[in-house]
Design a protein around this ligand. Structure first.
Ligand code: NAP
Length: 251
């Protein structure tokens, strides 16, 4: 129980990697605020799984790209679950659009959610934690695309590389005050975001051949690393980014 007595907010926890993270944090002893933006029913299912571990869970609706929503969801979590110790910035979107066809609107929305959203949630979280005289931990969810080129991602990849810089820079300002900040870069994880790849026999074997472990990862395999970063076991780790990708980038 690495996180006994801790309270976490996981953004985008209604599905996929966020749900896997919420489940593992609960198994490690944390109460969890489950954020979502559209799928209330799925968020309730994640909360049910957290409660099944004997932990407390609430569901908080909010768009991570809107300051008012972020303030409201952190307020609600703090009121209903108590002071937050852990923020996992997981919410993200991916679209695949060739560079010459990408519109201003597509660029702006994706960068707003994937990069500004993580900055915004971190800023509001750190403000509350420090005002309360407490310490904390932030884990950002990036992507191997921070360092690997896949077609049609001229908007997505820069947000994930940007998260490394965001992680290092927030860490430099916040760690001296007691808030560690780290980043996990997932490889190919089986979720709704990648469901289309899993259904492509023409593409999937070629991708799996590049992954040393030869298989996609599971959301919980991201969750276990997040739980470690968030725990006291990682007390001397901050400003770091790690690939959890079955050896894809290393190969
Ligand atoms: P997913 O299955 O598509 O789930 C996305 C989650 O983010 C959902 O819970 C969704 O909520 C939430 N979300 C989307 N926009 C939001 C917003 N504006 N505000 C709050 N929540 C929002 O995606 P995933 O595969 O789990 O990916 C999770 C994270 O891992 C993302 O940052 C993604 O870039 C990253 N990642 C994924 C992979 C992969 O292979 N799957 C690889 C590398 C990195 P609703 O259910 O309410 O829509």
């Amino acid at each position: 129980m690495k996180l006994k007595g801790k309270t976490a907010l996981v953004t985008g926890a209604s599905r996929g990697i966020g749900r896997g993270i919420a489940e593992v944090l609960a198994e490690e002893g944390a109460d969890v605020a489950v954020n979502y933006v559209a799928n209330a029913q799925e968020a309730e299912e994640t909360a049910r799984r957290v409660r099944a571990q004997g932990r407390r869970a609430i569901v908080v609706k909010g768009d991570v790209a809107r300051r008012a929503d972020v303030e409201a969801m952190i307020d609600q979590s703090w009121k209903e679950l108590g002071p937050l110790d852990i923020l996992v910035n997981n919410a993200g979107i991916e679209t695949i659009v060739p560079f010459l066809e990408l519109t201003d609107e597509q660029w702006t929305r994706l960068v707003d959610v994937n990069l500004r959203g993580e900055w915004l949630c971190s800023q509001v979280f750190c403000g509350r934690v420090l005002d309360a005289g407490r310490k904390g931990s932030i884990v950002n969810i990036g992507s191997i695309q921070a360092g690997k080129i896949l077609p049609g991602r001229t908007h997505y990849a820069p947000t994930k590389l940007g998260l490394e810089a965001l992680t290092r820079n927030i860490s430099a300002e916040m760690s001296p005050l007691g808030i560690r900040v780290n980043c996990v870069h997932p490889g190919l994880i089986d979720t709704d975001m990648t469901a289309w790849v899993m259904k492509r026999p023409d593409l999937l074997p070629g991708i799996l051949a590049q992954i040393s472990l030869g298989r996609p990862g599971e959301a919980r395999e991201i969750g276990t690393v997040v739980a470690f970063f968030a725990s006291e076991e990682a007390s001397y780790l901050t400003g770091q980014s790690i690939h959890v990708d079955g050896g894809w980038v290393a190969k």
